[in-house]
Design a protein around this ligand. Structure first.
Ligand SMILES: NC(=O)c1ccc[n+]([C@@H]2O[C@H](COP(=O)([O-])OP(=O)(O)OC[C@H]3O[C@@H](n4cnc5c(N)ncnc54)[C@H](OP(=O)(O)O)[C@@H]3O)[C@@H](O)[C@H]2O)c1
Ligand SMILES: [Zn+2]
Length: 449
């Protein structure tokens, strides 16, 4: 695979904007009109035609800090495909934490990673292959696709025999690269393409990739076997709702941790065999700088939490041995409990740290009981394809709970940051309304009658 092409400059001139975006209205106001709710397209361009300017949500270094002010609609140069890349016309984009972290500028600024002047967030997309690079054979213009978000070099040893996720040049598309899915077009490597399940709408198809494929790899790396108990933090969230379903498919016993009745109901409907509301255990979270008394309280809350799990699983003797696998992405607040809750030889698999990156735990629990901590990140093309086929065959369902219009992409990200949402959420990009499933139907939706 070649590297991503970045020969892009900003569009500063209204007259160029007008010509390129093909609108007669005051094109200099186009980005603000779109941000205020005007449609992104009047009509889709012909297949293969990519105007040299496009509209998308851009983050700039000076705007980092707050999700809603960081993401603003701008006109920027459209990406061009390298030899092993394609341009996808984005119909819908899935909301995940990559966009949130990019907008906040923490824990790192994306501009220190890719050094591009702007950043279009978004690592999940559904859409149509609009242009293909010179070496592309497996896909063609007009194919309806979704993507997985992992870019690799295709040339190193790990890419050719071990695992592309060990690629020296691995990057998360739309986070470590500047062209994400919250724009009319995005550029991806051909190995990132996956078939769009035909029965899903654009917004459903855009909603599950990062959560589902990452959860698939995490449970694979934790070697989840039939009969394993799997404790899933944030079980109604973007990762958790797929972890429940995949654990279940593997014959394991998903234990869902949630924080409200509504989220509990969702977790149960997805197949959780035990659901625990963490808000009933107020002392459970680790907070930096805790006193000896806080620590004692936390340990008591953790034991109480463990007892609730043991009781729920029917361990009447009161001697709950712990769970086989802990599915972690919460980080600082839950990690000490996660290490404690894993049983002898148990595995704690972790891919994120929403509440803080510096983790603490009592290492005696780890060594005396021979537990393992396993890092996981993204998913390679093969894992993504397998998980996507499970979705295409209806064995895993997307859990789309809210769809936002393009004008409300920042609000969609904000609802994630403030933990107001459950399941997954997506935004319409080029699709003019919800419920559309293919290119023909989408073109039809632009032309009345
Ligand atoms: N490395 C990777 O490849 C990768 C991929 C995807 C995601 N991630 C990371 O994983 C994390 C979660 O992503 P997501 O898409 O699942 O987010 P999400 O949809 O917002 O779900 C996160 C869940 O975490 C739970 N939670 C929030 N604060 C908590 C706390 N203080 N204690 C316990 N639970 C808490 C919430 O559930 P309740 O309130 O119901 O408990 C929420 O549903 C993010 O940090 C993200 O960056 C990493
Ligand atoms: Zn490589």
């Amino acid at each position: 695979m070649g590297s991503v092409t970045h020969n892009v400059v900003e569009a500063e001139h209204p007259e160029i904007l007008r010509a390129e975006l093909g609108r007669s209205a005051s094109a200099s106001n186009m980005p603000s009109a779109v941000a205020a709710g005007a449609p992104l397209w009047q009509n889709l361009p012909p297949l293969g035609v990519v105007p040299s300017l496009m509209l998308g949500y851009a983050i700039r270094r000076e705007r980092e800090g707050s999700v809603c002010s960081a993401m603003q609609v701008e006109a920027v140069r459209s990406p061009q495909p390298g030899p092993d890349e394609v341009i996808v016309l984005v119909m819908a984009a899935g909301v995940n934490y990559n966009g949130v972290w990019a907008a906040l500028g923490r824990p790192v600024s994306v501009f220190d990673i890719h050094r591009h002047p702007f950043h279009i967030p978004g690592s999940d997309a559904s859409g149509v292959v609009w242009q293909v690079g010179a070496n592309v054979r497996r896909w063609k213009v007009g194919d309806e696709v979704i993507i997985h978000g992992n870019m690799t070099c295709g040339q190193c040893g790990p890419c050719n025999g071990f695992d592309p996720m060990a690629c020296e040049q691995h990057r998360v598309c739309g986070y470590e690269t500047p062209y994400g899915s919250f724009a009319q077009f995005m550029v991806v490597q051909v190995q990132q393409l996956l078939r769009k399940p035909p029965q899903l709408s654009w917004e459903e198809a855009a909603s599950y990739g990062v959560g589902c494929f990452t959860a698939y790899r995490m449970l694979d790396r934790a070697h989840v076997r039939p009969g394993d108990t799997v404790l899933i933090w944030g079980a109604s969230g973007g990762l958790g709702c797929f972890a429940i379903q995949i654990a279940k498919l593997r014959g394991a016993i998903p234990i869902a941790i949630v924080s409200s009745d509504e989220k509990a109901e969702l977790a149960r409907s997805l197949g959780a065999e035990l659901v625990i509301d963490r808000s009933a255990f107020p002392g459970l979270a680790f907070c930096p700088g805790e006193t000896a008394a806080d620590k004692k309280r936390r340990f008591e809350a953790t034991r109480e939490f463990a007892r609730a799990i043991g009781d729920g699983l029917g361990h009447t003797s009161g001697r709950f041995p712990g769970v086989d696998v802990v599915f972690e992405h919460i980080g600082q607040e839950t990690f000490p409990a996660s290490v404690f809750l894993a049983n002898r030889m148990g595995r704690i698999v972790i891919c994120g740290a929403t509440t803080g990156f510096e983790l603490t735990f009592d290492v005696r629990h780890l060594w005396m009981r021979q537990k393992s901590i396993i890092g996981a990140h993204g998913s390679n093309a093969e894992e993504s394809q397998r998980a996507n086929e499970l979705v295409a065959h209806g064995k895993i369902k997307p859990v789309l709970t809210n769809v936002y219009p393009f004008a409300e992409c920042p609000q969609a990200h904000d609802s994630m940051l403030s933990n107001r949402k459950k399941g997954t959420i997506a935004c319409l990009v080029s699709a003019p309304k919800t419920g559309l499933m293919n290119l023909a139907g989408t073109r039809g939706a632009f032309s009345p009658g």
